[in-house]
Design a binder for this molecule. Structure first.
Ligand code: ADP
Ligand code: ADP
Length: 239
């Protein structure tokens, strides 16, 4: 994105949420965005997917996902891109799991929504592969969400999000609701999935220590501005 500017129009007036942010995440790169609450991180994530709705408003700049101009593209084109190329994982994704469907069904539904059809054997190996990618045992496929821990559920969400091998993964506070040890495990799942896909990752969070372990570059947001971007030394993180 380049020179992105976003505002919220509220009864109390217009507030600037993103103030001229320029940011590129390359394929294969994990880019972390940290900053205090209200600094504009989520607005950036939503703008990147063209999911901002009133009272939010984008007033300037460009957003590209691969070679698609997200601001100029048609609704159809954006919808297709969101389905085929971009995965969104959020803190609230756990709540969007269907409480009365087994993990297996939810993973397959994720693929079916995209028009993928499997025979039984293909479905089995698809589910097993996905679960393995996020570090879950194959037996998890037969579980209902309430039988899983928070960290396992969040990994299922990651598996659903990446079931069609997206080129871009946007993860907005994916581990905030989890305890510290589990946060690391979920981050590691995200890292492993991304590495195997070669996807570009925009990871939003507030725990700099945790983020520094998984990202290549870390950007700091302050009052709608990207005020600092630094590379994370190889020694500080896993490959
Ligand atoms: P360029 O040859 O500069 O890449 P494009 O028409 O492809 O020209 O892109 C227009 C602008 O959008 C460029 O300035 C580029 O920096 C930016 N851009 C292109 N691709 C991306 C991307 N994947 N992520 C962020 N910004 C991008
Ligand atoms: P972060 O993700 O860093 O916490 P946000 O992008 O959610 O930041 O918010 C950026 C700014 O936009 C904040 O000042 C916030 O108060 C404002 N904002 C976010 N959502 C809304 C909304 N629905 N209505 C009005 N203002 C909003």
């Amino acid at each position: 994105m380049r020179e992105l500017r976003a505002y919220y129009d509220t009864p109390a007036g217009t507030a600037k949420a993103v103030d001229g942010v320029t940011l590129t995440v390359d394929p294969g790169e994990r880019f972390g965005l940290v900053g205090e609450s209200g600094s504009g991180k989520s607005t950036i994530a939503m703008a990147a997917m063209r999911l901002l709705r009133p009272p939010a408003r984008i007033e300037g700049g460009q957003v590209w996902v691969g070679d698609v101009d997200m601001m100029g593209a048609s609704e159809d084109e954006v919808r297709r891109l969101r389905l085929a190329k971009v995965a969104l994982v959020a803190q609230g994704s756990i709540n969007a799991l269907n409480p009365v469907a087994r993990v297996r069904a939810q993973l397959l539904d994720g693929a079916r929504d995209h028009g993928v059809r499997f025979n039984r054997r293909e479905a089995d190996s698809f589910v097993a592969d996905l679960l393995e990618q996020v570090g879950l045992h194959a037996e998890v496929a037969n579980s209902f969400p309430h039988q899983l821990s928070g960290g396992m559920k969040q990994r299922v969400c990651i598996a659903i999000a990446v079931c069609l091998r997206p080129e871009v993964i946007i993860a907005d506070e994916p581990t905030s609701a989890l305890d510290v040890v589990v946060q690391r495990q979920v981050m590691e799942s995200l890292r492993a999935v991304q590495a195997s896909l070669g996807a570009a990752v925009l990871l939003i969070g507030h725990d700099i220590g945790l983020m520094a372990q998984v990202v290549h570059r870390l950007g700091v947001m302050y009052a709608g501005r990207l005020v600092e971007v630094c590379g994370i030394r190889e020694a500080c993180r896993e490959p």
